[in-house]
Design a protein around this ligand. Structure first.
Ligand code: UD1
Ligand code: CA
Length: 459
């Protein structure tokens, strides 16, 4: 949205979470609440975002990196005081509009933000409050309207509200659009007051001031009541995760993902799944995982931030930050650690661990093997119980295995070492020097025979 920016309030501590992380960094379905809010803002079309940070701000700053601006609120003196800290940021968007949001309401969605913005612009409002009607409005600020149904007259916090006002069901979501040039001149402690139940500078007082000045104010009442939900303790955080989980699973089921039983299946909000995919119980998919079509994942698998091709099976295995091709079979009990790049038609069998390695198409690593910091070519066969000895206690070294090589069972490759194309290592070989193309390496002691040997006897 042209000329718009967003300010996200994220300085609060959230004492009831009993966490050492700031509240907005606590996860709903593996993703910090703040990131949910940021992603909705981005999806709505607003790219310039400033987060107001305070409690354990270093945690938030390091999470956000240089991606978004942050401003510190050294003392938490209320939501109005928080927005005052972002005056310089908003000043850069003079002539435009600012969206103010709470960092602890993760389900505020792009549609609601956009529809509220369209109303804000088309009505020429100085402020547009995003409101919602809740059956249980306790704790929220209430929207006060003329005669209960007419134009907005202001917002009253629950703690400051009369019994009669507490019966009002229309609540303030804590998200608003403001005209920046009308907001900035009144955003100080001369205009906002803290003579209220919480001795805080409330942002909603801006609404009262605007109305006194004769500026246009309205509310956009969203029917998405989840958009206003927040969490104050871990129990509520868990119910937010449950709501998000069910919604995601329902959407995937409707879009054709097969889950014969959704028991123990948790799929994060940024996971994308193709057609004809089956997900089996006990499976967790998280991060920006992308799964192609006709794959089966599970039972009991964890896939975090991986890209998987088509017709691939991940059975009872864990995969992290890796690329996995099509028609690959993984598991049971395999561990694909970060930065692996697995080609097509590869087989990674039971008790195989891969780390930071490239595996060419058609290669088979079927049992009990560790491959780390290695480039494995195409059509390689790695036998049972092979190990790349890639670490000498101080540094890591790389191995290369050429196309078509055959690594015999129980081979140790002491890195750095290179096995050539179509080379073979005999079972039990410890490879300490490069093996040329088409060569056989045998590095083990010749077997001795002692004929007529009798076993030691206990008697
Ligand atoms: C606020 C609104 C209330 C609304 C509700 C929706 C005010 C005064 N009240 O109440 O009308 O119904 O949100 O959830 O605005 N924060 C700061 N700095 C501060 C204080 C708060 O950054 O000094 C941040 C918090 O981290 C949080 C957000 O602002 O992310 C909201 O603050 P909170 O104290 O939770 O306000 P509510 O009491 O929920
Ligand atoms: Ca709150």
């Amino acid at each position: 949205m042209v000329g718009s920016c967003a300010v996200i309030l994220a300085a609060g501590e959230g004492k009831r979470m009993k966490s050492d992380r700031p509240k907005v960094m606590l996860n709903v379905l593996f993703k910090p609440m703040l990131r949910w809010v940021i992603d909705s803002v981005l999806a709505s079309g607003t790219k310039d975002i400033c987060a107001i940070v305070g409690f354990k701000e270093e945690v938030i700053k390091s999470y956000l990196g240089n991606e978004f601006e942050t401003v510190s609120q050294y003392e938490r003196r209320g939501t109005g005081h928080a927005v005052m800290q972002a005056k310089d940021f908003m000043g850069k968007f003079s002539g435009g509009d600012v969206l103010v949001l709470c960092g602890d309401a993760p389900f505020m969605d792009a549609d609601t933000i956009r529809t509220a913005y369209e109303k804000h612009i088309s009505e020429g409002n100085a402020a547009t409050i995003i409101s919602a009607e809740l059956a249980e409005p306790k704790g929220y600020g209430r929207i006060i309207r003329d005669n209960g149904i007419g134009p907005v007259l202001g917002i009253v916090e629950h703690k400051d509200a009369s019994e009669k006002q507490r019966r009002i069901k229309e609540i303030n979501s804590g998200a608003y659009w403001f005209k920046i040039d009308k907001l900035l001149p009144i955003l100080d402690t001369e205009h906002l007051h803290n003579d209220n139940a919480q001795n805080e500078y409330y942002l909603p007082e801006v609404i009262t001031i605007f109305l006194k000045k004769g500026y246009k104010v309205n509310a956009y009442k969203t029917s998405n009541t989840e958009a206003v939900m927040g969490a104050n303790d871990c129990l509520q955080l868990n119910s937010l995760s449950s709501i998000a989980r069910k919604k995601i699973l329902d959407n995937l089921l409707v879009s054709g993902v097969e889950m014969p039983c959704s028991e123990g299946i948790i799929i994060g909000p940024d996971v994308r799944i193709g057609t004809n995919v089956t997900i089996l119980p006990g499976t967790i998919l998280k991060g920006k995982t992308k799964i192609g079509s006709s794959c089966t994942v599970g039972p009991n698998s964890l896939v975090d931030s991986c890209t998987i091709g088509d017709n691939t099976v991940v059975n009872a295995s864990q995969c992290y930050n890796s690329k996995i091709g099509s028609r690959v079979e993984i598991g049971p009990f395999a561990h694909i650690r970060p930065e692996c790049d697995i080609g097509e038609e590869v087989r990674i069998g039971d008790y195989v661990e891969l780390k930071k390695s490239k595996v060419g198409s058609g290669t088979k690593i079927s049992h009990l093997t560790y491959i780390g910091d290695t480039s494995v070519g195409t059509d390689v066969n790695i036998g049972c119980g092979c190990v790349t000895a890639n670490y000498d206690g101080k540094s890591k070294y790389k191995c290369t295995i050429g196309n078509g090589a055959f690594i015999g069972c129980n081979t140790n490759l002491v890195a750095p070492v290179k096995v050539g194309e179509n080379a073979v290592t005999a079972a039990g070989t410890t490879v300490t020097a490069d093996v040329p193309d088409n060569a056989l390496a045998i590095g083990r002691k010749r077997q001795e025979l002692k004929l007529g040997w009798s076993k030691p006897s206990k008697r």
